[in-house]
Design a protein around this ligand. Structure first.
Ligand code: ZN
Length: 161
């Protein structure tokens, strides 16, 4: 079976930028499991998955516009420490996740830590970077009616309710 929209793919990936490894799904053991065609992956990855079958190993390079977009200067914002879950542990250069008032969350980079405030860079940490993915396709299967209704994959490496 070849990967396409409305199918669930399981895969391992190693992400590197500028020749250095950033993260690997093998660090968590389980492959990542994703329902294709629902915007769960960055655009370039959705495209790269198309047509691949279980057992395929391939590499893909994604320019910023196919990944996390360009980096914008001047997107540093000063925020009260109360908005951070583990403010005491944060140091410049670390990334953390902010819960947004309007729902959802955003990954930010800590710029400067003050007494009561933290300056964060609102650019995604991978903005402006070309991403290199090494992918190993583990499984491709049709999504269940429930998964299609929810818009995400269920089970190990997917979504747990
Ligand atoms: Zn669900």
């Amino acid at each position: 079976m070849k990967a396409d929209k409305d199918q669930v793919v399981s895969f391992h990936y190693v992400l590197s930028t500028d020749g250095a490894q950033v993260e690997s799904s093998r660090d968590n053991g389980e492959p990542l499991q994703v329902l294709l065609g629902r915007g769960q992956l960055i655009a370039g990855m959705e495209k790269a998955m198309q047509g691949h079958a279980a057992g395929d190993a391939f590499a893909v390079d994604l320019a910023p516009e196919e990944a996390y977009g360009e980096r914008h200067e001047g997107r540093t914002q000063r925020m009260s420490k109360k908005y951070f879950q583990q403010a005491a542990r944060l140091k410049p250069g670390m990334t953390t996740v902010l819960q947004l008032k309007e729902g959802g969350q955003r990954q930010v980079t800590v710029h400067k830590v003050g007494m009561t405030t933290i300056d964060v860079d609102l650019n995604h940490p991978l903005a402006g970077k070309t991403l290199h993915f090494d992918i190993e396709m583990i499984d491709v299967r049709p999504a269940t009616p429930e998964e299609l209704e929810h818009g995400h994959a269920h089970g190990p490496g997917g979504h747990a309710h």
